[in-house]
Ligand binder design. Structure first.
Ligand code: KG4
Ligand code: ZN
Length: 329
């Protein structure tokens, strides 16, 4: 089953064709990062307008790269939330137009589910599908969720952030250190030439599976304000170390407690190398992470998740609408 995936929830206009939820036939992404970098963050109005400009070219590129025609497709999967309303609408309306013109079924996908399903995309034949039960750590710009899955599309949220999401914390720390936007890759790059020599607090929130990252960020801000940061690389490395420490510690603990067979990483922050490395080093349970381009926003993951929705008959009508604050469970 060849599915066209469409993703426009934030600042990437993306389209992809995926076969049977596993094989990527194409994966096209138009990033707006350079435009938003001028403002130090995403400007929703600008994002919507960029999606309008990019959506048709990116759809054409995805079809061409996959070497398919509209009649080869069997369904359309599109992100309906969570995300920016004005951005989501561009993708949803494009998906509806194609569905109407070609008589194709359409399914609305939760962006966070999409991130999880990036782990089912096979990059080579050596890749095997994740094993249930599993725990997935979703770490993106807006979420830090620990989720238990006992089967496909079955989610129990075990913990979430109480304040900043992990990606948001990286973005804010990069702004504090004046390292540029987006913050995650900027911190990771700067950290390579530094050592984690600065003490920053970790919020363990013992007895819960929740996270809190605002304390680490505030501690960093205080040190900068007091002129105590003489080396930005060391500060970046220390910040990254503190966030990774908490993410890994809590994820491994809950995975052991739930006696799962596998730990999955998902979302933009999952592309952080230290996070992956530390998780592998500290977990007795096998860890799976998509390759970096499939961790950050893309449409292949939406098509992969859409495949499983079609399998269970979750087909939407042309009245499909965006849900900007959509939850996972
Ligand atoms: O999943 P994603 O692409 O978009 C959302 O759904 O939010 O995640 C974006 C977030 C941003 O906060 C970005 O700074 C962070 O992921 N990120 C990283 C890295 N690459 C992206 N954080 C840490 N290390 C990275 N290498
Ligand atoms: Zn995302």
């Amino acid at each position: 089953m060849k599915i066209l995936g469409i993703e426009t929830s934030c600042d990437e206009t993306a389209a992809a064709v995926v076969e049977d939820g596993v094989s990527i036939l194409s994966n096209q992404i138009a990033s707006q990062v350079e435009i938003h970098a001028r403002y130090g963050g995403i400007v929703p109005e600008v994002a919507s307008r960029q999606h309008i400009l990019a959506i048709i070219p990116i759809l054409k590129q995805a079809m061409a790269e996959a070497k398919v025609t509209w009649s080869d497709l069997e369904g359309i999967a599109v992100t309906i939330g969570p995300g920016l309303a004005g951005s989501l609408l561009i993708g949803v309306n494009a998906a509806k137009a194609i569905a109407l013109a070609r008589g194709l079924p359409i399914t609305g996908v939760n962006h966070l589910e999409g991130h999880i399903y990036a782990n089912w995309l096979a990059e080579d034949s050596a890749n095997s599908a994740p094993l249930f039960p599993l725990v997935c750590l979703i770490v993106s710009g807006g979420h830090s969720d620990l989720v238990l899955m006992e089967g496909h599309r079955n989610y129990v949220v075990l913990g979430r952030t109480r304040d900043d999401a992990a990606g948001e914390a990286f973005d804010k720390a990069a702004r504090i250190l004046d390292l540029g936007y987006p913050g995650g890759p900027a911190i990771e790059r700067a950290a390579r030439s530094g050592t984690a020599s600065i003490q920053l607090p970790r919020a363990w929130l013992k007895g819960t599976n929740d996270f809190s990252f605002s304390g680490i960020k505030t501690a960093l801000l205080r040190l900068v304000e007091q002129g105590k940061i003489s080396n930005k690389a060391d500060a970046a490395a220390s910040f990254q170390e503190a966030v990774v420490d908490v993410l890994v510690g809590k994820t491994v603990a809950v995975a052991k407690e739930c006696r799962v067979k596998q730990i999955l990483l998902a979302g933009g922050v999952a592309s952080n190398r230290l996070l992956h490395q530390r998780l592998v080093e500290n977990s007795p349970i096998p860890v799976s992470v998509p390759k970096p381009i499939l961790c950050t926003d893309n449409a292949a993951m939406i098509a992969a998740c859409g495949y499983y929705r079609f399998q269970t008959g979750e087909i939407n009508g042309l009245d499909l609408d965006v849900v900007p604050s959509l939850k996972l469970a």
